[in-house]
Design a protein around this ligand. Structure first.
Ligand code: ADP
Ligand code: ZN
Length: 654
């Protein structure tokens, strides 16, 4: 019987889950009916002893019964009156408040009457239970709506286990193609998960959290699974958004559950897809009061990550398409302090991915993979996998034995048509702008002293927001920056826009984010780091990093004049730097053209290739990296000066 009940409940669970509205309706009706019956029953409960009749009568009838003395006992409750006749028949009626005549009549007739309390423990309890159940019903109704897409249990508040996917994947690195650098970077994690003891004994610090950055469908999930597959450890995965669309407190509890399970099964991998859903920068949201649920979930995640040492072999991989919107607290050391780019494949990468997916499909001998790769610029791994599969379906429909080039063409056409609708493919004009823009960044990065070196330049679109990018890596792990390095970063940021101005002749919106960041850097130099004459050492903006990096915008604590001076300083500095940057780009224009040519050919170029172009250009034109030479020249001049002064002193002495 018990078991049966349980099963029923589970079935209901699924049904209710899919029909929250019906659930709520049923729930309410059942409760109300139950309430009514029980209270109604209770009303007649005391009077149905034996087989005497109970009769509902009107108030006036009851009064009549009293006036004619047809009853000999009357009990008066809070809401109804019960009168009993000598033969045991009972008459009930609802009370009419304010009527005192009845009592007078009873006195007159000399009928015995008493008051009684209608409530007993049952109704008492129900009086409490009813609103409680009602609220529960409403809560579940909404919770059910929120969870509809996620398959969580509506009645199971502890249903978090269901939303955490646990598996032991068979995926291997060979299944992930075209992202060689990313694979290399996560290789270390595989090693650590396989032989944690080795690392722990030495005292090596293994990253706890790694952020996989890249557009949808580029293989982030696949790579995370491959890490688990290679290391042969359990893989726990959740989606960031599944934490959020719920009621306050549930998300945090799920995070706790997730880590508990992962630690129990360590060594293991936790994979959080779409981490931006939880980790959106708190200032970026800027809504009043913020999103409590998200914040709680995020705080729980941070607490869990800080909660275990680097000797616990649990690695958290998280995926995002937009690392720039993540809360800084997530990126601190000991959390997601490592970023791995898993990006859209270039030409070579596309060939590799296509081959991976063609492995299990019977392909015609004449199929030209390179041709397909050429046609699919800008598409992600998932799109390519889809193209191969679609082609196989087409071939099957035509009862062919193998997939022919024509099938692949048709399938590519379809994929591209589909994507064109989503306007994710870059048009030729945009491609040109992006190529010059990114080359501008790259050139400035390589010719400005203190700038981070270029590791990769790409015009493979990364999504709607970023059409291309230049990846810079600092030479070593850096936790602070010197003043000249900050200025260098400003130059690099301005390089994109300046290149558009020079080589395209017009400015696009693509530089908006660059300008914002450049402005922010200069502003921080004034406000926070005491690096300008405007405020001197005075800090205008307190560091907002409290315990978890939480904190709202502080109230302004400086004068209007100071604000004005700061604005002036920022504007003048930007103008000045921009002039310099334009000059440098003009000087190196041939190098830029060469970079653009190579970008057109390969879509992605490496830092080495960028440097080669610049060095070749400098050798041909007999110049040396300009900014560096200024420093050298000054050093040389100073040496000469010192020597001259020395010589002079000696002369004087003689
Ligand atoms: P993401 O997590 O980045 O959105 P997925 O890992 O879910 O992308 O990719 C979806 C599918 O696309 C994969 O299961 C795989 O079949 C295919 N795919 C994507 N990227 C690659 C890749 N680099 N190599 C091979 N297959 C890929
Ligand atoms: Zn830019």
């Amino acid at each position: 019987m018990q078991k049966n009940n349980k099963n029923n409940k589970n079935d209901n669970n699924n049904f209710f889950n899919q029909n929250p509205l019906i659930t709520f309706a049923i729930f309410s009706v059942v409760i109300i009916l139950l309430f009514k019956t029980l209270v109604g029953e209770n009303a007649t409960l005391n009077s149905t002893q034996g087989n005497q009749r109970v009769q509902q009568v009107s108030y006036s009838e009851l009064k009549n019964l009293v006036a004619t003395k047809s009853v000999n006992k009357v009990e008066i409750g809070q809401s109804y009156i019960k009168a009993t006749s000598a033969d045991g028949n009972t008459y009930t009626t609802r009370i009419i408040r304010g009527d005192t005549d009845l009592v007078k009549e009873l006195d007159k007739q000399g009928i015995e009457y008493t008051g009684f309390s209608e409530t007993n423990w049952f109704t008492e309890m129900f009086g409490w239970l009813f609103p409680f159940l009602l609220i529960m019903g409403i809560w579940m109704f909404f919770a059910g709506r929120m969870q509809k897409n996620m398959g969580g249990g509506i009645l199971g508040m502890g249903g978090s286990k269901k939303m955490i996917n646990s598996e032991k994947p068979k995926t291997k690195f060979d299944d992930v193609a075209g992202v060689e650098e990313a694979k290399e970077e996560v290789q270390e994690i595989v090693d650590f998960l396989k032989y944690p003891a080795r690392y722990v004994e030495i005292g090596a610090k293994i990253p706890k959290g790694v952020l996989l950055v890249g557009s949808p469908g580029t293989g982030k999930t696949l790579l995370a699974k491959a890490v688990a597959g290679e290391a042969d450890v359990p893989f726990f995965s959740v989606t960031g958004s599944s934490f959020i669309e719920m009621f306050v407190g549930v998300g945090a509890a799920r995070v706790r559950d997730l880590f508990e399970q992962a630690k129990k099964d360590a060594p293991s991998i936790i994979f959080i897809d779409e981490i931006d859903a939880i980790g959106k920068s708190r200032s970026a949201g800027a809504q009043m009061g913020g999103n409590d649920e998200r914040e709680q979930t995020l705080n729980q995640l941070l607490a869990e990550m800080d909660g275990f040492g680097t000797d616990t072999p649990v690695i958290i991989l998280a995926a995002t398409n937009r690392p720039e919107i993540l809360d800084q607290a997530l990126l601190r050391p000991g959390r997601f302090d490592r970023q791995v780019l898993v990006d859209k494949p270039d030409y070579e990468g596309r060939i590799k991915i296509l081959k991976v997916h063609m492995k299990d499909v019977k392909m015609d001998k004449d199929v030209d993979v390179e041709e397909v790769a050429r046609l699919t610029a800008g598409l992600a791994g998932a799109d390519l996998a889809n193209i191969v599969n679609e082609a196989a379906l087409l071939a099957g429909r035509k009862s062919q034995k193998t997939v022919k080039q024509q099938d692949l063409f048709e399938s590519v056409e379809r994929a591209i048509a589909g994507l064109a609708k989503k306007s994710r493919r870059i048009n030729p004009k945009e491609k040109k702008i992006v190529a010059y823009h990114e080359s501008g960044h790259a050139l400035l990065a390589e010719t400005t002293k203190g700038a981070k070196k270029v590791s990769k330049v790409s015009i493979v679109p990364r999504g709607l927001a970023a059409l291309g990018y230049t990846l810079n890596t600092p030479e070593e792990n850096k936790f602070m920056m010197q003043k000249h390095e900050l200025w260098a970063e400003v130059d690099v940021l301005l390089g994109g826009r300046a290149a558009e101005e020079i080589f395209i002749g017009e400015i696009s919106t693509g530089a908006g984010n660059d300008l914002e960041r450049a402005t922010d850097i200069i502003k921080s130099m004034v406000q926070t780091y005491g690096m300008s004459d405007v405020a001197g050492l005075m800090v205008l903006e307190k560091s907002r990093q409290s315990f978890l990096g939480v904190g709202g915008p502080a109230a302004r604590e400086y004068s209007d004049k100071m604000a004005q001076d700061m604005d002036n300083f920022i504007k003048t500095s930007l103008d000045e730097r921009y002039k310099d940057v334009l000059e440098r780009l003009n000087e190196y224009s041939d190098a830029i053209e060469n970079m653009v040519k190579l970008l057109y050919k390969k879509e992605n170029i490496s830092g080495e290739e960028v440097r080669e172009i610049i060095i070749n250009f400098e050798e041909e034109n007999n110049i040396n990296s300009k900014v560096e030479i200024i420093a050298d020249e000054i050093a040389e001049e100073l040496k000469q000066d010192a020597k001259m002064a020395d010589d002079k002193e000696k002369e004087d002495e003689q």
